[in-house]
Ligand binder design. Structure first.
Ligand code: ADP
Length: 496
């Protein structure tokens, strides 16, 4: 069992082990599973199929490494993250290829992930020199008080497949840079680009053994490892990026263990087009926001609301643009809409679109699967009782609605239980800001589409879209404990 190391595309034929305590090891049970390409269906690599016992070994390795890593000098920590960025940068072509192979990620979104990740590592390097606390005034004479930020210990990270490189990176780099050690559980759909690759890079950059551990598992077997992370008292925080139903299950169990979670969950993200918008810009923004990475980004626009004076022309131009989006092989740089992640996802999209149509929705573009792709699809007149009108449908389908006013769009959008991201396109940016303040979401972009991220921004949702924030500076609130410390330089007088 190994990682793929520097063997170029060797990962395709590698047997990927867990990475525990600085070593590549087989699952304790000896079981493996095969990771497949969503585009070609080809077998990619054989992966350790871990269980709760493997998770326990990884947690104990992370715990053993904590004291050493937390006490490492800022200079050394900074060097490791800068070095990791340089190593990753040198592997660009190979990593983009792996993202396309393993997750169907096309060239554009591969570049987005890659560049975000380089910035994440380079910005994280500076966290080593972040002030560790504050001095606080005290009314008790002779007492000096301070709030000191300390790393928590072992952080467990559960990451999804969709932006595997970035979302696994975001889940581990902030916590590590703050002095924690980490056990990463990548998705079964992305054990390499969301797991083993991170171990390779950070290990080569000099991260000490045990500071990052990676445990993989077969499809359908995440629960065992998640439960082991939740129940183990050595794990002090868990961060999870994935769907709301899974996040809710984790939060219910975490309550029993009083374990703090950061949850980054589903979105039903509105994009609102005001009557004074530049219609060409709005069409381009909506097409990008709805269909980047074939709609498999939690921030993707799921509903486009257009103020009525523009609605008809917008629908016509948007549908024409969407129908022409090139669909197919994610390795082809011209492709916009690549394959969806697996057959289950394709069948779900097909079922939900068909159900909406049976209930009266109209298809303005797409709507017929082209396995393993689902083409970019625009629906309108979708009745409220259609499944696709609720929750999140993770793929290239967007719902178009005409509204009398942007305020009505805000009210409709706020009816959703989800509240991740939103955007507003308007010629009047002050009105845009007023509308932004009324939207119950964690992220709003005025005169842009909703899919944006930068490593230092406070990323996260409200309502059923999650708790807590990623974003390097903000991560300190999630992955550190604030300790109140006082020191006196003279004795006090006590009443008895
Ligand atoms: P998606 O539909 O995007 O795959 P999920 O929420 O199912 O969203 O998956 C996100 C991550 O959560 C993946 O790493 C997956 O393996 C993991 N996961 C799924 N079910 C559980 C569970 N019961 N406990 C812990 N992790 C889980």
């Amino acid at each position: 069992m190994t990682g793929a190391g520097r063997a170029g595309n060797g990962w395709r034929t590698a047997r990927l082990g867990h990475f525990i305590g600085g070593d590549w090891v087989a699952a304790g049970s000896g079981r493996t599973y095969v990771d497949h390409s969503p585009w070609s269906g080809a077998a990619l690599c054989e992966v350790a199929a871990g269980d709760a016992e493997d998770a326990r070994r990884a947690i104990e390795a992370a715990h053993a490494a904590f004291g050493g890593w937390a006490g490492e000098s800022p200079r050394r920590r900074q060097q490791i993250f800068l070095r990791a960025a340089d190593i990753l940068e040198g592997r660009r072509a190979e990593v983009l290829d792996a993202l396309a192979d393993e997750t169907g990620c096309g060239r554009h979104f591969g570049d987005v992930q890659f560049d975000f990740t380089l910035r994440l590592l380079r910005q994280a390097a500076h966290l080593a020199y972040r002030p560790m606390g504050e001095l606080l005034p005290s009314d008790v004479e002779g007492t000096q008080a301070m709030a000191v930020r300390r790393p928590v210990g072992v952080v467990a990270a559960i990451a999804p497949w969709n932006a595997s490189l970035t979302l696994a990176g975001r889940a581990i780099v902030g916590p590590l840079a703050l002095g924690n050690t980490v056990v990463l559980k990548p998705s079964e759909e992305a054990p390499y680009t969301g797991g083993a690759l991170w171990a390779e890079i950070l290990h080569e950059a000099g991260l000490p053994a045990g500071a990052l551990n990676v445990v993989t598992h077969a499809p359908g077997e995440a629960g065992d490892i998640g439960d082991a992370m939740l129940a183990n008292p050595l794990v002090k925080r868990i961060n999870f990026t994935g769907s709301t139903p899974t996040g809710r299950r984790l939060a219910e169990k975490a309550g029993r263990h009083l374990k703090r979670l950061v949850l980054q969950l589903s979105g039903q993200n509105p994009l609102i087009v005001a009557r004074d918008a530049d219609i060409g810009y709005a069409v381009d923004a909506a097409a990008y926001g709805a269909f980047v990475h074939q709609g498999q980004v939690c921030m993707c626009a799921r509903r486009v609301y257009v103020e009525r004076p523009l609605a008809e022309e917008f629908a016509e131009r948007f549908a024409a643009k969407v129908a022409a989006l090139p669909t197919g092989d994610p390795h082809d740089p011209e492709t916009v809409v690549g394959p969806v992640i697996n057959e289950w996802a394709l069948a779900l999209l097909d079922r939900r679109v068909n159900e909406a149509v049976e209930l009266g929705a109209r298809v303005l573009a797409g709507g017929v699967p082209r396995p393993p792709c689902y083409p970019a699809t625009v629906l309108t007149d979708v009745p409220g009782k259609a499944e696709i009108a609720h929750g999140e449908t993770f793929g290239p389908v967007v719902i178009l609605e005409a509204v009398d006013s942007a305020e009505e769009a805000v009210a409709r959008a706020n009816r959703s239980d989800l509240g991740l991201a939103a955007s507003i396109i308007t010629g009047d940016s002050r009105r845009g800001l007023r509308l932004a303040a009324q939207l119950d979401v964690g992220i709003v972009h005025v005169n842009d589409q909703p899919v944006n991220d930068e490593p230092h921004m406070p990323f996260g949702g409200v309502k059923d879209s999650g708790w807590g924030r990623f974003g390097l500076g903000f991560a300190a609130e999630e992955f550190c404990e604030l300790q109140w410390v006082t020191v006196r330089d003279q004795d006090r007088t006590f009443p008895f």
